[in-house]
Write a protein that binds this ligand. Sequence first.
Ligand code: CA
Ligand code: CA
Length: 253
Amino acid sequence: MDVVYGNSDYIRSATSSSDKCSRYKDQKTFKKEAALHKWAKVLLIVLSVCLVFALGSVCTLAVLLTHATHFNVSVSDQGHNATDYKEQFDVLHNQHEETLRKLNRLNHSTGCALCSVHWIHFGGKCYFFSTVKMNWTQSRDHCVTLGGHLVIINSQAEQDFLTSKVKVTHWIGLNDLDTEGHWFWVNNQPLNDSVEFWIKRENGVREPDNWTKGHPAGEDCASLGHPAGETDFWTDAFCFQEKRFVCEAAAAV
Ligand SMILES: [Ca+2]
Ligand SMILES: [Ca+2]
């Protein structure tokens, strides 16, 4: 059976379809706007983060540039100071050299000695042979107060000169106080094994022997000669013993 619509039914039907279409369009538009709004928020967050990072980078660069500038200024100042000190050192060094030359000429013209009174000149050095006795440490310190140091023997010629001047044992500037068997001069230089004059007796007994009888710490200070009278060579002895000593100092030239 055919269904026949009246005009009013047709109009209602058409109107209903139109409304549905309109709601559909509205819903679609709303979804689009919501999606756009969501992306806009994401984009805004990303831009904000980038902006924060950019500001942080600018601040870091500014700090680094400030430090680099200060560092350059500091290095520049130190460079100037080093140059100034070098120039002052050169001036003082030249004055010192000139003073020594004048003193040398004065000594030659007047016949003055190159060493102080009671000191003996040999090989460009001055030597003082004490007449009093002290222990090794006191001897070392006394030489310093006299403007020198306990003698440091660097050659056969120097050894021969010293032995020609002494008749009894004297302290020299050599010790193994820090480490047993490691001998050092008072200028902290180690003993050169090719320039040493330890006693080597025919019976095979040699020095240094670090004798410990009565004194377990052993013998840690070197002397020219032995109490028994051998003065041509070195021996180690108890540092607390009192002996005469030899000081050495630079000559005036
Ligand atoms: Ca020793
Ligand atoms: Ca000894």
